[in-house]
Design a protein around this ligand. Structure first.
Ligand SMILES: Cc1ncc(COP(=O)(O)O)c(C=O)c1O
Length: 392
């Protein structure tokens, strides 16, 4: 580990806080049984941990309801394996042949590909283009909505250029049109506050292994109390076993089979960790380093930076290219010669690269986490400067 400078936190956060490792180990050793499948003490404790995590994450994504003392059904927070799984459940559970879905050019392949498959099966889709800086105009979303539109699904924070969309304004457009609104918060959950009620979000897809600091293989969906979605996975739920069909009530409606309690225990510890540190404090630290990185990279001859221009509306992720180099070669040099770990290429988001003119080779992506330091960023800037100097 010593000497490694990990600047790929948009892929997954690393390292995870010690609390996460400790909770996973101790919980699984003492309570690693099937929750909700028997009445023994261990199973009850496992079930308590799972439902406690549902409750705290439901509160986390619904702060305005909590402040007003309005209770939200926490069973409508369901656990999945990752954001991709969540987004698939949302799209397949709401879009049928003949239906129309509105989405954007900022999306990750975890939205683009399921949408394209649904189109193959007879659905229609509109991909709304952002402006030159990557911002989606809510008015363009309004114009794209048609009579048969059944869902608007939008990336909240870009994993390529860090731009954060105005989901409150897009949510208001969806509310006025009576169309359910889904948000991919893979890059924002745990980074910037998200409030489902304020932004009129029907389905919030999150991942557990990025800025919520859970382990890989965790994620979920928070479903608004007035939103409807069909189950697309059927099976055992541990309750009402004689009933011949999948249960309609939550959380079972969108969960089947034995849940990932090891992962959920880690996710609950990760969530507690960011809550103790304060999401705003983590964000402030990450954005200070991001600004330092951006300013440093912009001064290097031959380096081009691709980042959201408004520093108050972004996540700590940016992209760069170096004149005369394939981004993947720069990534290898950063890794081998400087121990700086980044992500290169199209980062699973090909449309936004087309939009910013970096397809097909993509960019070198830098993404900051809470364990990064000023020295890490300075080394990355120096490394990029030395690499660029070879050709510029
Ligand atoms: C914007 C965005 N959406 C979805 C995903 C998919 O997340 P997961 O790997 O948890 O499925 C990612 C992962 O990088 C992402 O950046």
């Amino acid at each position: 580990m010593d000497g490694i400078i990990y600047l790929d936190n948009a892929a997954t956060s690393f390292p995870k806080p010690d609390d996460v490792h400790e909770k996973m180990g101790s919980f699984y050793r003492t309570c690693g049984v099937n929750p909700g499948r028997s009445g023994c003490d261990m199973a009850l404790q496992a079930e308590e941990m799972v439902s406690g995590t549902r409750k705290s994450l439901t509160r986390f994504f619904n702060a305005s309801l909590v402040q007003k003392g309005i209770s939200k059904d926490f069973n409508r927070l369901v656990f999945t394996s990752n954001a991709t799984h969540s987004l698939n459940i949302i799209l397949k559970g709401t879009i049928h042949p003949g239906d129309h879905v509105v989405t954007t050019w900022l999306e990750h392949n975890s939205v683009i590909r399921p949408v394209n498959h649904l189109v193959k099966l007879g659905a229609e889709a509109t991909f709304v283009k952002p402006d030159a800086d990557g911002y989606v105009d809510p008015e363009e979303i309004r114009k794209a909505i048609k009579r048969n539109t059944k869902l608007v699904i939008v990336n909240h924070g870009s994993n390529v250029i860090g731009v954060v969309q105005d989901i409150k304004a897009i949510g208001a457009v969806c509310k006025a049109a009576g169309v359910p609104f889904a948000v991919d918060t893979a890059q924002t959950a745990g980074v910037i506050p998200i409030d489902m009620a304020e932004s009129n979000i029907s389905f919030l897809a999150f991942t557990g292994h990025k800025s919520l600091f859970g382990p890989t293989g965790t994620g979920g969906i928070c479903v608004a109390d007035d939103a409807t979605i069909e189950a697309t996975m059927w099976g055992g739920t541990g309750v009402k076993s004689a009933y011949p069909y999948h249960l309609e009530e939550y959380p079972y409606r969108l969960e089947a089979g034995t849940s990932n309690i090891l992962g959920i225990a880690g996710l609950s510890a990760g969530h507690e960790w960011i809550s103790k540190r304060g999401v705003e404090n983590i964000y402030r630290h990450e954005m200070e380093l991001m600004s330092l990185l951006e300013d440093g990279l912009r001064e290097i001859r031959g380096v081009k930076v691709y980042a959201a221009p408004n520093k108050s509306l972004r996540v700590p992720t940016l992209s760069a290219t170096v004149n005369g180099f394939d981004p993947s070669d720069v990534g290898t040099m950063l890794d081998v010669d400087y121990n700086v770990l980044t992500r290169t290429g199209l980062q699973c988001a090909p449309l936004i690269h087309e939009h910013i003119g970096t397809a097909p080779h993509g960019t070198i992506r830098f993404s900051i986490g809470p364990f990064n330091t000023k020295e890490h960023v300075e080394t990355a800037i120096r490394a990029m400067g030395e690499i660029a100097a070879q050709r510029n």
